[in-house]
Design a protein around this ligand. Structure first.
Ligand code: ADP
Ligand code: ADP
Ligand code: MG
Length: 669
């Protein structure tokens, strides 16, 4: 076993690797960028080395610096985590040349699996089933068109070097093929430096089921069962679970053996995942009819590895360290067991109601569900941030992973919902409530899984408010009164709640709830009784402080344990049913506002400026595209809000920009 390793990553995965190393008595070295100087992963390691600027290409992708840091600190091995350098064969080679163990497969295996088309040719030879398609080297557009016509529509064009859900186009009919090919090639060239594509039959109602494999340097290879990652948005995973609902022992064994054959074909060592796309030709009710096809192999530890750990009781990072140190696999195939059901939810800084646009900001409130002793609670929370940390535009939007384990899928679902309800984040948009809606949706609850689950259930997933306006307003009023009472209590001369002392019996509150102006009236009755009127809802309002800032709230026939946080004028309301926010309007403070600033063009999300379509001095028409930004693997066009003239460009292509950053100045015509 190594005595010291360097972790060439950040965020939750760096913290995750450090935790196992610590448990095994292995010292850890962190690396960090400017933006991460005070990050949790730095504190989680024994030593830390600064490696450069905030943008990944200036730090976490600077492999010479990372290897130099390992040498300077005496680390014997490097764990690459996922993303960044984890699937970079040149980096794996450079580690070997420097005499440092790369905690991952040999570079030849990374290379063989790195290109989707070439890996498929290899898998065909190894007898692993493939989606019907074309993955040849000849990229003549006319030939590609003929192949697509032969395969039939809908067809899928994929960038051979693609990854992370990027570089894919679904084509519905032959006439659309040429345009989709050109657009896919353009994206592939820009993102992956190669425009080679492959074409596949687009599988209808598919499930994504992947097999965790593990190989050692003695030539052993086992499979650690499957994970179902069918719940996706834009081809990216949202929820992952193990075992896959409906999986039969026979199919599990077939898929497991196919995955081991795939790994053995490239002499695989360490943790890897073989992803399959699974067809359900007879619908959800007949899982025994499922057919599986190889999709790709990820030659690294996967984001969702904890669900496999939860059902097997194993620590996959420990296995990685042992195998990289030359030890044989700790267990053989017949010794592996699975127990219960596990689900992981990816908690991301994003706005699901606005096309999942990534969000940045400060974690002003960051309260996790109780998750002590996973063995007993069945709740695990993996993260790389702390309250007060900023989520910056430089890195992935994933804030944390919540993993639950129960005896059955129903129990795991219930635990997941309860833990999500107790996850309280204020300061930026997150998908926490959205995840709860997915978990509660009929398709997910009944395990009718496929990659179109989210669009199919859209009606119950987006723009949902489970708290309800009466409870939200009552909570905001109660929190104002509680705050005033606390002030009065500490200072008897400041009578903030002056209405009573001046003999007034009613008080007006104004709110903005999802863009609608609402007025609430509070009436003080005899003996301190309160009545709240909100449109045609009227009734007694009662609240009672509980422990840790929660209070018991009763209004309009409902009783809730509520927790609120006021940030500026916005009140964030959390209760077991859900969470919402509303803006308290101070009518006096807003008098005189309303002159528009005009002419400003700001980034709608954190990301990178790809290009400007205009230059200073250009006259533009309303709706004309001005700039293209890239954020979270998608391109977004910024269009002119009105006719005008471009006064100045404030950034250059390639620049990283924060949400709200002004990109260019426009002079209205
Ligand atoms: P997993 O299959 O482990 O869930 P993902 O596709 O979500 O993998 O990728 C894991 C992480 O790796 C992502 O969050 C992202 O940071 C990074 N990643 C994977 N592929 C790419 C890619 N082609 N370009 C940029 N980042 C990538
Ligand atoms: P990436 O490298 O971006 O992860 P994958 O090849 O693993 O790319 O595909 C990502 C997702 O796209 C899959 O999980 C699946 O949802 C969808 N997908 C891929 N291939 C097909 C196909 N042939 N038919 C239907 N959906 C597909
Ligand atoms: Mg994939």
């Amino acid at each position: 076993m190594f005595t010291k390793i360097l972790i060439a990553n950040r965020g939750e995965i760096a913290c995750r690797v450090a935790a196992t190393a610590r448990r095994l008595g292995v010292k850890t070295v962190a690396v960090y960028s400017d933006a991460d100087a005070r990050a949790k992963h730095v504190a989680a390691c024994d030593e830390a080395v600064h490696i450069g600027g905030s943008a990944p290409k200036e730090s976490y992708l600077q492999w010479e610096r990372i290897i130099a840091a390992a040498q300077a600190t005496g680390a014997q091995a490097i764990h690459p985590g996922y993303g960044f350098l984890s699937e970079n064969e040149a980096f794996a080679d450079a580690c070997a040349k420097a005499g440092i163990a790369f905690i991952g497969p040999p570079s030849s295996a990374i290379e063989a699996m790195g290109l989707k088309a070439e890996s498929k040719r290899l898998m065909e030879k190894a007898g692993v089933p493939l989606v019907p398609g074309y993955h040849g080297a000849d990229q003549d557009p006319a030939l590609l068109q003929r192949e697509a016509d032969r395969i039939g529509y809908p067809a899928l064009i994929k960038a051979s070097a693609g990854g992370g859900g990027k570089g894919m186009r679904v084509v519905d009919k032959s006439e659309d093929f040429a345009a989709a090919l050109a657009s896919c090639q353009r994206e592939a060239r820009n993102s992956f430096g190669s425009d080679a594509v492959l074409i596949e039959k687009y599988v209808q109602r598919p499930r994504h089921i992947e097999i965790q494999v593990f190989g050692d340097t003695q030539g052993n290879c086992v499979y650690l069962f499957e994970r179902d990652c069918s719940v996706q948005r834009r081809h990216q995973k949202v929820l992952e679970e193990a075992p896959a609902p409906g999986m039969t022992p026979a199919l599990r064994q077939q898929m497991g053996e196919a995955a081991v054959a795939a790994a053995k074909a490239v002499n695989y060592v360490g943790a890897g995942t073989v992803e399959f796309i699974v067809e359900q030709p007879q619908g959800y009710e007949h899982p025994e009819a499922m057919r599986f096809y190889f999709m790709e192999m990820n030659t690294r530890l996967q984001v969702e590895h904890p669900v496999t750990e939860a059902i097997t009781g194993l620590d996959l990072v420990e296995w990685q360290l042992r195998v990289a140190g030359g030890e044989p696999l700790p267990l053989q195939q017949h010794e592996l067991r699975m127990q219960g059901h596990a689900i992981e939810a990816r908690i991301c800084a994003e706005n699901p109601d606005n096309q999942f646009l990534p969000a940045t900001g400060t974690l002003q409130v960051y309260r996790k569900p109780a998750h002590t002793a996973f063995e007993r609670s069945g709740v695990r929370f993996d993260d790389g941030v702390r309250e007060g940390d900023a989520i910056s535009p430089f890195y992935d939007s994933m804030v944390a992973k919540l993993i639950v384990h129960g005896d059955t899928r129903e129990q795991a679902l219930a635990k997941l919902d309860a833990a999500l309800a107790d996850t309280r984040i204020v300061g930026l948009a997150t998908n926490v409530q959205f995840l709860r809606h997915v978990v509660a949706s009929e398709s997910f609850a009944k395990a009718r899984l496929d990659t179109a689950l989210i669009p199919r259930e859209a009606g119950v997933l987006f723009n949902q408010d489970r708290v309800g306006t009466p409870t939200a307003v009552a909570a905001a009023v109660a929190q104002t009164l509680l705050a005033e009472r606390a002030l009065e209590g500490s200072d008897p001369f400041s009578r903030r709640d002056g209405f009573r002392s001046h003999g007034l019996t009613t008080r007006r509150f104004d709110f903005d709830v999802a863009g609608v102006h609402l007025q609430a009236t509070l009436t003080y009755g005899r003996g301190g009784a309160l009545t709240l009127t909100l449109g045609d809802v009227q009734g007694p309002l009662a609240f009672e402080p509980q422990a840790d800032g929660r209070f018991d709230l009763q209004f309009a026939g409902r009783r809730d344990t509520v927790q609120t946080w006021a940030v500026g004028e916005t009140v964030h309301v959390f209760c077991a049913r859900g969470a919402t926010s509303l803006v308290e309007i101070d009518l006096l403070a807003h008098a005189g506002e309303g002159e528009g600033e005009g002419g400003r063009l700001t980034a709608p999300m954190p990301g990178k400026v790809v290009s400007f379509a205009v230059k200073a001095g250009d006259a533009v028409k309303k709706g004309q595209p001005l700039a293209v930004m890239e954020a979270m693997k998608m391109e977004h066009t910024i269009a002119a809000p009105a006719d005008g003239t471009v006064a100045e460009l404030l950034y250059a292509p390639g620049d990283q920009v924060a949400e709200g950053a002004e990109l260019l100045k426009l002079q209205a015509a």
